[in-house]
Design a protein around this ligand. Structure first.
Ligand code: KG4
Ligand code: ZN
Length: 354
């Protein structure tokens, strides 16, 4: 089945054509992404009204272009899938309304899906097949930091840990801002960290110390990055030279990155140990980080866990992952209803065997 995916939950407008075979093989035929980074950069973060207007401007053009490029007619498609949440309300409304309009005009089955499930599935695009074994999914993006236990057939999601304050990507973005770097901050910190020594400053690893090493504690798999942000702020106030001295600045970036990576990897390991999962997936914008990939890979190998990382090009928001999840749910017989609404706080929900 060939499905068109539409993603407009935040600041990327994206459409994709994805085919899922009866045997569960997945092929991305094509994908287009109109990034809005340039529009939001002067503000150091995302401005919802700008995002909404950009989606409105690009969505129809991208849809026409992808069909033309692949010489595909609406009649060749089996369905349409769109992000229904979580995300920015005004951005979600553009995508959902557009998808409903398309479905009405083409009479194709359609479905509104969860953006987080899209990120979780995106790791399996590296394998080109449907998720087929229970696993732990680490999802780290600008808006989310989640450790989820995923059971298969039926698909059941159990969130084991999430952040109590900032998301991991948000921590990178704020740290970059403090260091006078550009937006988005993650890639900037990673680039700077390449010339730095991660051992120079020991930034705090929240909720990782021994007093919380109790599996029954609610801290066990939770994250918190606000203390790390404060520690960086204090360090910069005490070392004013840090903003101008290149070597020290690189050491700070490397030490900060190491603190985030350390927590993400240790907690992922705990989640695998606790559930007995033998597969760990990493996805979301922050999973593009090479230091995170390497550290995860070393931890996984030591513990006999298979690591599946989302392809780098599919770590940030994209419609291919939305089309993929939509195909899975449409295959399972699920359909959107005309009165389906967006849900900016949508939670992960389970679904039946396919
Ligand atoms: O998945 P995504 O597009 O956002 C949400 O859906 O929320 O991820 C964007 C986030 C930003 O916070 C960005 O700084 C971070 O991912 N990011 C990175 C890297 N590339 C992007 N963080 C660390 N290292 C990177 N290489
Ligand atoms: Zn996302």
């Amino acid at each position: 089945m060939m499905v068109m995916g539409i993603e407009t939950s935040c600041d990327e407008t994206s459409v994709a054509l994805v085919e899922v075979s009866e045997a569960g093989r997945v092929v991305i035929w094509d994908q287009l992404i109109a990034s809005q980074i340039k529009e939001h950069r002067p503000f150091g973060g995302i401005v919802p009204e700008i995002a909404t207007r950009q989606h409105l401007l690009h969505l129809e053009k991208l849809t026409q272009e992808i069909l033309k490029r692949q010489k595909i007619e609406w009649s060749n498609l089996s369905g349409i899938g769109v992000t229904r949440g979580p995300g920015l309300a005004s951005s979600l409304l553009i995508g959902l309304s557009f998808a409903k309009g398309l479905a009405m005009a083409t009479c194709l089955p359609w479905i509104g899906v969860n953006h987080l499930e899209g990120h979780i599935f995106s790791a399996f695009l590296a394998d080109g097949k449907m998720p087929d074994e229970p696993h732990i999914a680490l999802l780290v993006s600008g808006g989310h930091t989640l450790l989820t236990h995923v059971e298969i057939n039926p698909y059941r999601y159990t969130v084991l840990g999430s952040t109590r304050d900032d998301a991991a990507g948000e921590a990178f973005d704020k740290a970059a801002q403090m260091l006078g770097l550009g937006y988005p901050g993650g890639p900037e910190i990673e680039a700077l960290a390449k010339n730095g020594n991660p051992k120079v400053i020991h930034f705090p690893r929240a909720m990782l110390d021994h007093s919380h090493f109790d599996a029954s504690s609610s801290y066990h798999l939770s994250f918190s990055f606000s203390g790390l942000k404060t520690a960086l702020k204090v360090y910069l106030a005490e070392h004013p030279a840090a903003r101008v001295e290149p070597k020290l600045k690189a050491d700070i970036a490397a030490s900060f990155q190491e603190a985030v990576v350390d927590v993400l990897v240790q907690k992922s390991k705990r989640a695998c140990m606790q559930t007995g999962a033998k597969l760990l997936t990493i996805s979301g914008g922050v999973s593009c980080n090479q230091r995170l990939r390497e550290t995860c890979s070393i931890m996984a190998e030591k513990n006999n866990i298979r690591l599946l990382a989302a392809p780098k090009a599919l770590t940030t928001d994209n419609a291919a992952m939305i089309a993929f999840v939509s195909a899975a749910r449409l295959k399972a017989g699920q359909r959107g209803e005309w009165n389906d609404d967006i849900d900016p706080n949508l939670k992960l929900s389970s679904f039946s065997k396919m």
